[in-house]
Write a protein that binds this ligand. Structure first.
Ligand SMILES: [Zn+2]
Ligand SMILES: [Zn+2]
Length: 354
């Protein structure tokens, strides 16, 4: 497609620019989307603030190919098909997974492309420019999924974050006898509550420090919610479990304190699932894991193979999205949106609309 489009490009920490760039053209295997909406991820905020995992300490260990168009939680309408694309047609509404795998490494060949060692995440790499723009080019290695007719902007934008949450739930292998704690009730944490509930465990306990999120966690199926600023969370969990502790602790807050709290709250042989992303290093007593409780520590990265199930779950209503998007901003007001995401205690997921 010819012409220029507006796009939000990341140049450096605190230096993002909303500017005109050429509209990309779909080459072999590629798809051009007209972006309908793009969610702001906690990772996007961390990136804006100069997060070290993205910007590194200098050019040599930098992940981001700046300047680059940010945003990986987008959906849009197919407007141009590159040669050889067969599964989609002009006018389809689609989401694409946040990762662009290499399709060549050991993990890709084993079908575990979300662990690809040569991968890119949309919004950070030259060949995977993101969705904070009027148009986005889908790399030929993308995993793209058609959205059902009538999906709302909220349902469409929430597919990516919920998919990450579903992977964490999948890894927790929840049994009916389990007491499950979900720490952090943001948009993903609330969705995790919802999906954990579908496994019918004995009890679901949600933890957060913001009242709005605790209310939402309850709405999404938590039997008990605890405000970590108002009570001793570990003691409350022990009280609710005859002093034994919980079976599963899903860490979805990215707060280091939540890690030590989880290690304490778990019972012997408990499962700790790490999903949240930290801005700083975590200090914890590692002895609890081995010599103490023989815990299972499980890492959860991106969304694995969950997109089709998430889309179907949203379509049938088993997976709820109501209230997960708290604000929607015109893309040109991106700075206000980032600010709101950071400072408004009632903010959940915020989306930008080009
Ligand atoms: Zn994200
Ligand atoms: Zn790979």
């Amino acid at each position: 497609m010819k012409g220029t489009m507006k796009a939000l490009r990341s140049y450096a920490p605190f230096d993002y620019r909303y500017e005109d760039v050429p509209i990309p053209t779909a080459r072999s295997g590629e798809i051009l989307l007209r972006v309908k909406g793009c969610g702001i991820c906690a990772g996007d905020i961390k990136s804006f603030h100069g997060g070290i995992r993205i910007w590194g300490t200098d050019e040599s260990n930098r992940y981001i190919d700046a300047p680059v168009i940010g945003g990986h939680e987008f959906y849009g309408e197919v407007v141009e098909l590159g040669e050889g694309v067969q599964d989609f047609k002009i006018g389809d509404m689609v989401v694409t997974e946040q990762i662009v795998p290499c399709d060549e490494c050991e993990f890709c060949r084993a079908g575990k492309y979300w662990m690809c060692v040569g991968s890119a995440v949309y919004g950070f790499k030259e060949h995977a420019q993101g969705g904070f723009a009027e148009y986005v080019l889908l790399n030929s290695h993308s995993r793209t999924h058609k959205l059902p007719d009538g999906f709302s902007p909220e349902q469409s934008v929430m597919v990516e974050p919920i998919a990450c949450g579903m992977h964490a739930v999948e890894l927790a292998q929840i049994a009916h006898s389990d007491v499950v704690v979900i720490a952090g009730l943001g948009a993903i944490g609330s969705a995790i509550v919802n999906m954990a509930k579908l496994d019918l465990p004995k009890l679901i306990i949600g933890i957060d420090i913001k009242q709005h999120r605790l209310d939402l966690g309850e709405k999404f199926g938590a039997d008990v919610v605890l405000n970590a600023t108002e009570c001793d969370v570990v003691q409350e969990i022990k009280k609710l479990t005859n002093g034994m502790g919980c079976d599963v602790y899903i860490e979805a807050s990215g707060s280091p304190k939540s890690v030590t709290q989880g290690l304490e709250a778990l019972k012997n042989h408990g499962r700790f699932v790490q999903m949240g992303v930290f801005a700083e290093e975590v200090k914890a007593d590692w002895n609890v894991i081995g010599d103490g409780k023989e815990l299972h520590i499980i890492g959860s990265h991106l969304s694995a193979l969950t997109y089709p199930a998430v889309i179907e779950g949203i379509r049938t209503g088993m997976i709820k999205t109501d209230g997960l998007i708290s604000h929607s901003f015109a893309m040109k007001d991106w700075d206000k949106a980032f600010d709101e995401a950071e400072k408004n205690p009632d903010a959940m997921k915020i989306m930008l609309v080009p």
